[in-house]
Write a protein of this length. Structure first.
Length: 158
């Protein structure tokens, strides 16, 4: 099947320029005499047409190569990510199961929780002492004399 496609492509590449040339020869003649082409001129035209067809084919193949490279690259990245995820999951599960059996994880969790509780107690104590200090400062401030402030507010009143 592949060889038939290749054969069809080769026939098209060589046959298309010849068909164009023959179609041009059979077009209605214009007034006057039409010069005939020699074999050297015919071969030159055919080779030029073949060069153009091969150039277009090369551009098409280049486009496919770029597209193929990008899809291969994307697939390789996806495969690498899946493989790395699987390896990390496997290693993590082995490490967790080993450390669970040893009790290291439980000790580490307890230690972290105790640190968190101590930090929270420290922060709570600092907040309480800061609040207590502001209440003391407010209590020690001199309160204005009520009678003297009333006289200042209403200077004309008796």
């Amino acid at each position: 099947m592949k060889s038939l496609r290749t054969l069809a492509l080769v026939v098209f590449i060589f046959g298309f320029p010849v068909a164009l040339f023959e179609a041009y020869r059979f077009l209605p003649k214009t007034a006057g005499t039409v010069p005939s082409l020699s074999y050297a001129e015919t071969v030159t035209i055919l080779l030029a047409a073949l060069t153009i067809v091969l150039g277009v084919l090369a551009l098409f193949v280049a486009g496919l190569a770029i597209w193929g490279y990008q899809s291969i690259k994307a697939e390789a990245i996806g495969a690498a990510e899946r493989s790395a995820d699987k390896a990390v999951d496997t290693a993590l599960m082995q490490a967790v199961s080993k450390n669970l059996n040893d009790g290291k994880i439980n000790r580490a969790i307890r230690k972290e929780i105790s640190h968190m509780v101590r930090r929270e107690e420290l922060h709570a104590a600092l907040r309480y002492s800061a609040a207590f200090a502001t209440e003391e400062d407010e209590a020690t401030q001199k309160k204005p004399d009520v009678e003297s402030s009333i006289g200042k507010e209403y200077p004309g009143g008796d």
